[in-house]
Design a protein around this ligand. Structure first.
Ligand code: DX5
Ligand code: ZN
Length: 221
């Protein structure tokens, strides 16, 4: 089981109807979402382009839920201020995209948000060893970032278990979030390995009963 014994679900707005984002947000909040996951892509770090601080700012007044901004962008440090100003509560930067990770994480924390380190499937958990003390959560990618609706990469379960072990050994207050291909079938094993926050795009927006979708994700088996 994970550290806290709790599972939080973060619907990814990437799978929502972009012509009616406000309504989609209201629907998942009503359905029991714990936070709102916003995927920021720049067409450079990942092969897709999505949203920026303006959209985060527009969504901010519509919900009291934490806005969890996943920056899949090169040189994320250049944009941290803008996302803080837009009202982000959590900001994650990719370990592969940031040369000065500690400084980026400190900027996020100084701005009053939770700081996350995102890590791609083929990047070793070892790269986190010295960085864990500077973050509040690790966002473990369980698909290659860029698109919703991809297939969960099974080796991610052992990777999460390893990272959970590193956090435990160091006695740190760091949560593990997982992102990509999370659904009712893949969720139980990754939660058992140590994940606390489940990002889910297709699994939530692909089902007409969003509340049932969120409940299913929280089931342990
Ligand atoms: C992928 C994004 C994810 C994506 C997940 O690059 O980071 O947040 O929306 O979508 P599903 O749950 O459909 O895999
Ligand atoms: Zn994401």
């Amino acid at each position: 089981m994970n550290r806290t014994g709790q599972v939080r679900v973060a619907p990814s707005m990437l799978s929502a109807d972009f012509s009616a984002l406000g309504a989609a947000l209201a629907a998942v909040e009503e359905a029991g979402a714990d936070l709102i996951h916003l995927d920021v892509m720049d067409g450079h770090f990942v092969p897709n382009i999505t949203i920026g601080p303006l959209v985060v700012k527009a969504l901010r007044p519509l919900t009291r839920l934490p806005l969890d901004c996943h920056l899949m962008i090169s040189e994320p440090q250049r944009y941290i201020e803008a996302f803080l100003r837009a009202g982000a509560d959590m900001i994650s930067v990719h370990v592969e995209a940031e040369q000065h990770l500690q400084r980026a994480l400190a900027m996020i924390r100084d701005g009053g948000a939770k700081a996350g380190i995102a890590i791609n499937p083929a990047t070793s958990a070892d790269t986190l060893a010295e960085a864990l003390v500077y973050c509040d959560y690790v966002l473990v990618m369980t698909v290659n970032p860029g698109f919703g609706g991809q297939k969960f990469l099974q080796p991610s379960v052992e990777k999460v278990r390893r990272i959970a072990g590193m956090i435990r050994e160091r006695n740190l207050d760091v949560a593990i979030e997982v992102d990509g291909g999370i659904d009712r079938n893949t969720a139980p094993a990754i939660v058992e390995a140590g994940a606390e926050i489940l990002v889910a795009g297709t699994a939530v927006f692909g089902q007409s009963d969003r509340s049932e979708a969120i409940t299913q994700l929280k089931r342990r088996s």
